[in-house]
Design a protein around this ligand. Structure first.
Ligand SMILES: O=C[C@H](O)COP(=O)(O)O
Length: 261
């Protein structure tokens, strides 16, 4: 059995300019330090807007904070005439560990298909940036097909664009749970995360499936994180709104304090 280091990831979405980002990262790092957070036991990462990345990189590196960071999206293209795009090589140069791909808000706002999401993930992997592949069903999908069918299909289609090896992180985010205050139950999250792990095993093999971290996202708070983390196939969380509050996000990252309570 492979040990998967839990990942608590904060997706800031369209919030925080670069000055606010510096303040938030500082506060988060200090709060975790005060709480003697063990970064080797639970990895903590932030996903600021593109314009903040250089400031966040400089701060984390200068202060030797053990936080990791990534981008909220990445281009499927390497370079050239693609106005507004940011390449994986540019993110790698900024020492981004991760890039989120296929978040439901991008699928919705920018009509991103699974094939596009897969090409974005492949572009990230090719530059040594770990893609965080988001999948999840809408309320309508849930009603029509149950919870697992759509996320499993999305993941299979994304994985089809990827080379057979290379680290990926998967984030299961039921669209109906995002920003709604109505999180999935930990049992629902486990059921889908287990199905996603099974799909990874079928495409990439058992070893890769056992090593892949699968996160749950959708209205995660310090009050419900422990329940998700007790589930065997949930390896962390992709946190939106609650990641903008350093104390609350630090409390989520330190969920082990609540496990068993
Ligand atoms: O990427 C994060 C998710 O969309 C979850 O957002 P939320 O925690 O605000 O529900």
């Amino acid at each position: 059995m492979v040990d998967r280091i839990p990942l608590i990831a904060g997706n800031w979405k369209l919030n925080q300019d670069h000055l606010q980002a510096i303040a938030l990262v500082q506060k988060l790092a200090w709060t975790l330090q005060d709480g003697k957070h063990d970064h080797a036991a639970v990895e903590v990462a932030v996903f600021p807007p593109f314009t903040d990345l250089r400031s966040v990189q400089t701060l984390i590196s200068a202060e030797k904070f053990e936080l990791r960071f990534g981008a909220q999206d990445v281009s499927q293209h390497e370079s050239g005439a693609h106005t507004g795009e940011v390449s994986a090589a540019m993110l790698a140069k900024l020492e981004c560990a991760y890039a989120i791909v296929g978040h439901s808000e991008r699928r919705q706002d920018h009509h991103e298909t699974d094939a596009v999401v897969g090409r974005k993930a492949a572009a990230a992997l090719a530059q040594g940036v770990t893609p965080v592949i988001c999948v999840g069903e809408t309320a309508e999908d849930l009603e029509q097909h149950g919870a697992s069918a759509v996320p499993v299909r999305q993941l299979r289609e994304v994985l089809a664009e990827l080379p057979a090896s290379g680290e990926v992180v998967v984030a299961y985010e039921p669209v109906w749970a995002i920003g709604s205050g109505r999180a999935a139950t930990s049992e629902q999250a486990q059921q889908v995360c287990q199905a996603l792990r099974q799909a990874i095993a079928e495409v990439r093999g058992d070893e890769a499936a056992a090593a892949t971290r699968i996160l749950y996202g959708g209205s995660v708070k310090s009050g419900n994180i422990a329940g998700f983390m007790r589930e065997p196939d949930v390896d962390g969380a992709l946190v939106g709104g609650a990641s903008l509050d350093a104390a609350e996000f630090a409390a989520i990252a330190r969920y082990q304090q609540h496990v068993g309570t």
